[in-house]
Design a protein around this ligand. Structure first.
Ligand code: RIB
Length: 341
């Protein structure tokens, strides 16, 4: 049964509810019990129904909007990626609905569902997990999806940075500065980007059997857990405390810097510190932070270009081969890792 023949009545019949209940599930879900919402959603998914007000928009013409899902809208990394996406799509006459999954799967799923109901032309997303069944479903319904800040999903076009190489660069830099007791601070490890950076740091350690790498896992990639880790590190006795820390992103590094200063530890004299992303605040920190730069706007622009290509192919019915692009990270040394002259 193709999408155009499916109506709200078909959904109501299949779910065994009234048409009004189906309308409430779509427009005012808080008025419907969870069990009924789930039953209606199963019927909607089974029939591939798209709410009529959105179908009207389709008949009247195509949506001019693209959905963008990031997982931490408060992080300047994603602001820069979003600016790259917006600039590239503006040139194509398209606008961007920017949304935040807040690293919560249920929110990511809801956002994908709402973008489908609003029949956006396509979706760009920084996914929280590996296999994204809901993104695959979106594409099966004819809405192209491109992954950004990831470059591994062969089922989608994707663009990201080689985070294993980035982690290796960061650790290699600390080792080159003479450090042998290192720490990696980052998390959650379920984020492939964080795990890859730690893997890269461990690869660098392989060439230095006299060196050690302590790993401190954090719940998120934010300032506060960075400060908490600094407090934990500062309490370690001299002689066992790491002399250098690699933070999985710059916000953690900024939190670590704040914590070390509060604990009376000087950066870099007592402990060196390097972050990742090279957001604007890294260079502007009280002690300018060394970092591993990600080409943030270029990531957004490339993801947008991939999506525009895939939209054209989807709407003209041509073949499409997914592209996986891995951009190079760049080491940016600054005062926070410089050895005293
Ligand atoms: O700072 C946000 C981090 O989350 C970035 O390193 C980006 O790669 C994402 O994984």
């Amino acid at each position: 049964m193709n999408r155009r023949s499916v109506s709200m009545i078909d959904v109501a019949v299949l779910a065994g509810v009234s048409v009004g209940t189906v309308s409430n599930v779509v427009n005012s879900p808080q008025r419907v019990s969870e069990a009924t919402r789930d039953r209606v959603q199963v019927a909607i998914d089974k029939l591939g129904w798209v709410p009529s007000e959105t179908a009207r928009q389709l008949r009247a013409g195509r949506s001019h909007a693209v959905g963008l899902i990031v997982f931490d809208i408060s992080n300047p990394f994603f602001t820069d990626v979003a600016l790259g996406v917006e600039d590239a799509l503006y040139r194509q006459g398209l606008s961007v609905y920017i949304s935040n999954s807040d690293q919560r799967i249920e929110r990511e799923e809801m956002l994908i569902r709402h973008f489908e109901q609003n029949r956006v032309r396509g979706v760009i997303m920084a996914p929280i997990t590996n296999v994204n069944e809901h993104a695959l479903q979106l594409r099966r319904r004819g809405i192209p999806v491109v992954m950004v800040d990831r470059s591994r999903d062969e089922d989608f076009c994707s663009v990201g940075v080689d985070d294993v190489e980035g982690g290796r660069l960061a650790a290699e830099h600390l080792l080159a500065m003479g450090h042998r007791r290192l720490a990696f601070v980052g998390g959650p490890m379920t984020l492939a980007q964080v795990h890859d950076r730690m893997t890269g740091a461990r690869l660098a350690m392989d060439n230095h059997p006299d060196a050690s790498l302590l790993t401190l896992t954090t719940p998120t990639l934010a300032v506060t857990p960075g400060t908490a880790c600094a407090t934990q590190i500062a309490l370690m006795p001299d002689g066992t405390r790491p002399t250098a820390v690699f933070a999985a992103n710059d916000l953690l590094a900024i939190g670590l810097l704040q914590g070390f200063v509060a604990a009376g530890l000087r950066v870099p004299d007592d402990i060196a510190l390097i972050g990742y992303d090279d957001i604007e605040f890294a260079a502007a920190a009280a002690v300018p932070l060394s970092s591993v730069s990600q080409p943030r706007r270029a990531l957004g622009e490339r993801a947008a270009a991939m999506l525009v290509d895939e939209i054209a192919v989807a709407e003209e019915g041509g073949p499409h081969r997914h592209e996986i692009v891995r951009l190079a990270p760049v080491l940016v040394p600054r005062a926070s890792t410089m050895v005293k002259s």
